[in-house]
Structure formats: structure tokens, C-alpha cells
Design a protein around this ligand. Structure first.
Ligand code: FEO
Ligand code: CA
Ligand code: CA
Ligand code: CA
Length: 665
């Protein structure tokens, strides 16, 4: 593994410059091609895409919108399956006549049904071109598959069949139609893919006021509006999205999905044992005793990082019965939530990013159980409740509870903490979590948190140490753009930890790897590397490792201004998102370099480096998603750049070296 590159070798490419081009910008010596665009035929019998002739039936066979996680599963040396999430839809860039993002209420029911079919997952067979790192879809489509909001899923694990998951269409509480808002994901050692259901809250509305206090509390904690608010209002096209009609349908989303892409007829599973929250994704490592450990972040300001540990053990081998066994591992196990404790005095963590006197933001941590030996750790609440309302359960840890398992309040109306050592740490929006295949450490992206340290909100702690940081702001309408220090952690950070003893254990030690931002600004940190040598980075989101153990980081929501432009000067602009690479060991640790940037309005997601290290696939998600950008007046026309009637198409691209060698070496 490593080979000539080793883990200490510098990355050789010349970093790309910050820019606002409507292009995929890559380093010299590399090529890129678009592999799959929104609307490209996926399943047998799919019509060719036409933006003016969309139907739900056509979209159900075509590549969906807003590609995100990319899985790569080998068939043989030169053939593989790409498994791609379609997180959400931008109706203003899909359909003519939709004003802007706020115009979602004007979407017709037929357009909503098209949008539903543009959600989900695609499985597409791809083939290597010659002996290069380039891949393209095969003409054969018999292994291809689209999963949409109509595909049947099976609920598995302790919450399946519980009272919280039963609906009028599914009185057993075991079968769900569809998956929603699939963001990041992972690949298991037994060749299945995992898909996080993230911001599922936005799809539900209510035709009548919700009055049940318990229902309201759960909806509020998950950010589901209990009013007929201007969300996507899918309830007008499908009544199961009406909270007043089907109060439990919303509980059937927010899970981790496991899919067997090798079997196009398989029923995908929702793994309730991993808990329900806004799962960014899920990634696995195997403990040395064979238990499977799955990490998952809950992407919300001040939410938590979780770890699942399986009851049964992983079996090595390729046989059918071995694989069948491994495909049950995520059905049953224990669930933990992370508490990070700093080792420096609290007074030294002042929110500015200044390093404490021991020279690092670091410390130890514990995994606090929510489900332990198959039993709930919340007195008065059963396992099915803990798994279905995991956020509410995690909030109760360490608190004084009444006989129903609900918090007891003090005279001032605050919850009483009896055991602070069990209270999980509120993080700056946990995104992707990945295990480094070379050093075994775990890395989590914390994308940003503009509210850290603001009025009435938690302040800095050693694991989330920024309460102010530089950011670019367009300003309100008519106001001048500005770039300067603003409240909160605006550029995000990356944290690194090592499990104590074994992966399935309950202790760990951690340190901050990166405090993102412009390296010229004082609050940034690049694992102690010389900041004059690194690229600016903002809002880390998805993580990937190459075979040498270098960390690849894609970004979403870059709030930097282009270099050398200060507030108040004319022509102040932002910069596009991109993909960055950074060694994690040796003298080059922290030497982060920008590898590519994505077109205007897009985020970069899903970086996927196949085992041979010769390619990186990226999702160019929501190109052209900027204020006022529509089908008629798009800010991006990537990738086709048609002179007449151009519009953006979210696409998967692959980047590879001219000489066919490994990336970065
Ligand atoms: Fe869909 Fe948390 O990014
Ligand atoms: Ca410290
Ligand atoms: Ca993401
Ligand atoms: Ca994101």
C-alpha cells in the first residue's frame, strides 16, 4: 500500500488558484471528463434527456439531480459499479418559469413528482478507458438501477415494527417507500454501500395544525415545520408527506440505508440500529475482535457525533453465505455518542483560534452509550424510542429525568445536569467521517457554525474553539460586499482521533487537525505546518483517503474572498468550492493544497478514489445555485456551455493523470 509514494511523500501537483470560473479547474498534467450528468440514461429503456420534456416516468430511469456521495465497487480490473446519491433538487434550475429558491410553493404537482424521481440513488456500470484512470458508462445497462421515492425499503433492527414507524399504508411498520436527501455515504468491507438520509425535514408539511405536544417536541428537535410553511409542500402531491394525515411517516426517514449494488433486484435496508438523525453518511472500520464500528455525524449546528458497534462479528471471505452473514451486521448492536474533553484550561480557549499554552487543541474523549448490550440507557424510554428519537435521547444523557424519562427542570426552567461526564459535546455541524487506512485514525469534518459563541448559544470549547473568524459576505440587497471577522466558526475545521485500545472501545484521544480559512488569517491552523505554504480552504464537507493515507477534502459553502482583496476595495468577490489534499503524517503533515475547483454556484462532494489511486471521482453538485439564478437566467451553464438555452447539469466527473500514474505522487 503506500508503495513508492509512502505516507511521508509530498504531494506533487501544483495547487490551483482560487477563482470564480464556470469550469472544473484542475492542475497541470491532469485531465477531467464528465461521467454522468443529470438526465443521462441509467436504466434500460430510458429516454434521452430533454429539459422541456421531463416526466416522472423518464426521470425514474435517468440519472437524478444533485449528485453527492460516490461509491466505486469493482466488478473486475476494468469494470466497476458507481453508486451515486441524489441529495435534493433545485426546481428553479430544472423547470422553466420557477422564480427562485423561494418559489418552491409554485411548483406543480407533476413537477413535484418529477423532483421525487430525481431524488434517491443511481447504480451505473462504468468501464476503464484504455489503461488510464478515465472511466465511462458502459453501453450495457443490465446492472444499472435507479432508486427513487417509490422504491420499496425494508426497515430492520430494534425500531422496525415499533409503534413510532407504523402508518396507514404500512400497519406493520416495516416497509417504507423511498429514501430522501441522501448526502454522504460509505462502502462496507463486504461490498455494500451506506447512504445517510440527511435533511428529510424539508419534505413534510401539515394541512392542519399539529397539536399533540409529544409530536411537536419531536418535530421541533428535527427541524420539521409543523405548519404549512413554504417548504417543498410535497403533501399536495402525495398525502403521506402530510404530518396531519400521517404523523409517523416522517419517522421513517433520517436513517442509514444499506444497499447491495451488486444485486439490482435487492431490497435496500434502513438500519434503525444506527439511530435516527440528520445522518451525513456512515463509514465503517472493523475492530480487531471482528465487531463492526460505524461512525456517523449529525449535520446540524450544535449536534453530535455517533458510533455504532455491532453485536455480531465480521467474517472474512468471498462466499455467498459469508456475505449474507456480513449483511446482517448493521441490524443489531450498541449506539454511542461522543463527548470531547479538552486538556487545556478553559480560560486559554478564548474563541480566537490562538493555540493554548500546550500548543494544541486536543484532549481525550468518551463514547457515552445510548444503547448498551441491547438495552436503552435512558430510564423510562425503550430502545425503539431511543433509536427513533436519537437526538432527544442524546440530549437526556447526564440529565435528571422523571419516571417517564423526561428532563426535570429547576426553578429557572433549565434542565438539571446530574452527571456532566455523560453529556455529549455539541459540535460545529458534523459532516463526513472517514477512517485513515494507513494510520487507523478517524477524521471528522465540522463544516462551520455561524452561531458558536453568539447570544444564548454555546461558546468555545477545546474541540470547537472558534467564536469568530473571517468570512466573505455579499451583504443584504444593495449593501456592499465585505470580508472580515464575523461571529462564529465560519470556515469549519477537521478533527482527528485515535480510539483507545480498540475501535469498538469507549475511550479515545483527539486533536484538531485543521482550522480552515485563509492561512493569512490568525485563526487558521494546518496541523502546525508553515501557513505560508498552504492553500486557503473553507467549509470542509466530504472526506476521502488515497492509498498512501493522504486526506482529500471537498468543500461546500466557501466563504473566503479571493486572496489579496480586502474589505472596502472594489471588485471584492467570493471563490468557488473545490477539492483539497493534505498529507496526514511525516514532515508534510498539514501541507494542504487545492487540487481542483468546481464551477460557479456548485459544491464539491463525493470524492471517491478507487483502490488503484489513479482517479478521483467528484460530484459537482448544484452548479448555478446562486441568488436569482434560474433556467432562463442561469449563473452556470456547465458542463455543456451551450450558447443558446444553456442550463447547468449537476454531474459526476473523473480526474486522472495524463500518464496514467497515481494521483499526487
Ligand atoms: Fe448534505 Fe451535511 O451535507
Ligand atoms: Ca490542549
Ligand atoms: Ca455533505
Ligand atoms: Ca454540506
Amino acid at each position: 500500500r503506500g508503495g513508492a509514494a509512502g505516507t511521508d511523500a509530498p504531494l506533487t501537483f501544483q495547487p490551483v488558484e482560487q477563482n470564480q470560473l464556470d469550469e472544473l479547474v484542475i492542475p497541470a498534467g491532469y485531465s477531467s471528463t464528465v461521467v454522468l450528468r443529470w438526465g443521462d440514461p441509467v436504466e434500460e429503456g430510458s429516454p434521452e434527456f430533454r429539459i422541456d420534456a421531463q416526466t416522472p416516468e423518464a426521470q425514474a430511469k435517468q440519472f437524478g439531480y444533485n449528485c453527492d456521495f460516490i461509491g466505486w465497487l469493482p466488478l473486475d480490473d476494468d469494470n466497476a459499479l458507481l453508486v451515486v446519491n441524489h441529495e435534493y433538487t433545485d426546481e428553479q434550475l430544472m423547470f422553466a418559469g420557477v422564480a427562485d429558491e423561494e418559489g418552491a410553493g409554485d411548483i406543480t404537482d407533476e413537477q413535484k413528482r418529477i423532483a421525487m424521481m430525481a431524488h434517491g440513488i443511481s447504480v451505473v456500470q462504468v468501464r476503464r478507458v484504455g489503461r488510464t484512470g478515465q472511466w465511462r458508462p458502459t453501453p450495457e445497462r443490465d446492472r444499472n438501477r435507479r432508486i427513487t421515492t417509490e422504491t420499496e425499503f425494508e426497515l430492520t433492527g430494534p425500531a422496525a415494527g415499533s409503534e413510532y414507524l407504523r402508518t396507514s399504508a404500512d400497519p406493520e411498520g416495516r416497509t417504507v417507500r423511498g429514501t430522501l436527501n441522501n448526502c454522504a455515504g460509505g462502502i462496507t468491507p463486504w461490498g455494500t454501500t451506506l447512504h445517510g438520509e440527511e435533511n428529510f425535514n424539508q419534505y413534510f408539511g401539515a394541512s392542519a395544525p399539529i397539536t399533540d405536544a409529544l409530536q411537536l417536541a419531536a418535530l421541533e428537535r428535527y427541524g420539521v415545520s409543523a405548519e404549512d410553511a413554504p417548504t417543498r409542500r410535497w403533501e399536495t402531491a402525495d398525502p403521506r408527506f402530510d404530518l396531519a394525515e400521517e404523523p409517523n411517516e416522517v419517522n421513517r426517514f433520517g436513517w442509514v440505508v444499506e444497499l447491495d449494488p451488486y444485486d439490482p433486484t435487492s431490497t435496500p435496508k434502513k438500519r434503525t440500529a444506527l439511530g435516527r438523525f440528520k445522518h451525513e453518511g456512515a463509514n465503517i472500520q472493523i475492530d480487531r475482535d471482528g465487531r463492526v464500528v460505524a461512525y456517523s455525524g449529525d449535520d446540524e449546528r450544535f449536534d453530535y457525533i455517533y458510533k455504532f458497534v455491532s453485536k455480531r462479528r465480521y467474517r472474512k471471505g468471498e462466499g455467498r453465505r459469508t456475505r449474507e452473514h456480513n449483511m446482517t451486521l448493521l441490524e443489531d448492536g450498541d449506539l454511542y455518542v461522543a463527548r470531547f474533553t479538552g486538556d487545556s484550561p478553559a480560560a486559554e480557549i478564548d474563541g480566537s483560534g490562538a493555540l493554548p499554552s500546550d500548543g494544541e487543541f486536543d484532549g481525550t474523549g468518551t463514547w457515552v452509550p445510548l444503547v448498551e448490550d441491547g438495552r436503552s440507557t435512558i430510564p423510562g424510554k425503550d430502545v425503539a424510542w431511543v433509536l427513533t428519537f436519537t437526538r432527544l435521547a442524546a440530549d437526556r444523557l447526564g440529565k435528571r429525568l422523571d419516571d417517564n424519562g423526561d428532563p426535570v427542570l429547576d426553578a429557572a426552567g433549565d434542565e438539571i445536569v446530574d452527571d456532566p461526564s455523560k453529556v455529549p459535546t455539541k459540535m460545529d455541524r458534523p459532516e463526513d467521517i472517514q477512517v485513515n487506512p494507513v494510520n487507523g485514525r478517524v477524521y471528522a469534518a465540522l463544516t462551520n457554525n455561524s452561531r458558536r459563541g453568539t447570544e444564548g448559544q454555546p461558546g468555545a470549547d477545546e474541540a470547537n474553539p472558534l467564536t469568530r473568524s473571517h468570512a466573505f459576505s455579499e451583504g443584504e440587497e444593495g449593501a456592499e460586499a465585505s470580508y472580515g471577522e464575523q461571529p462564529g466558526n465560519n470556515n469549519g475545521h477537521v478533527i482527528e482521533w485515535e480510539e483507545t485500545g480498540s475501535a469498538g472501545g469507549t475511550g479515545f484521544s483527539w486533536r484538531i487537525f485543521l482550522l480552515a480559512g485563509d492561512p493569512e488569517r490568525p485563526e487558521t491552523y494546518f496541523a502546525g505546518y508553515d501557513k505560508s505554504q498552504v492553500s486557503a480552504i473553507s467549509c470542509p464537507d466530504n472526506l476521502e483517503f488515497d492509498p498512501a493515507g493522504n486526506l482529500w477534502i471537498s468543500t461546500d459553502g466557501n466563504v473566503l474572498s479571493t486572496r489579496n482583496q480586502e474589505a472596502g476595495t472594489t471588485g471584492l468577490v467570493g471563490t468557488n468550492d473545490g477539492l483539497f489534499a493534505v498529507p496526514t503524517a511525516g514532515p508534510e503533515r498539514g501541507h494542504l493544497k487545492a487540487f481542483l475547483t468546481v464551477p460557479i454556484g456548485a459544491e464539491c462532494s463525493g470524492p471517491m478514489i478507487p483502490a488503484d489511486g489513479r482517479s478521483v471521482f467528484v460530484s459537482v453538485q448544484h452548479p448555478g445555485e446562486t441568488t436569482g439564478s434560474t433556467v432562463e437566467t442561469p449563473s452556470s451553464t456547465w458542463p455543456e456551455h451551450r450558447a443558446e438555452g444553456g442550463f447547468p447539469r449537476p454531474s459526476v466527473a473523473v480526474v486522472f493523470r495524463h500518464d496514467g500514474q497515481r494521483l499526487g505522487v
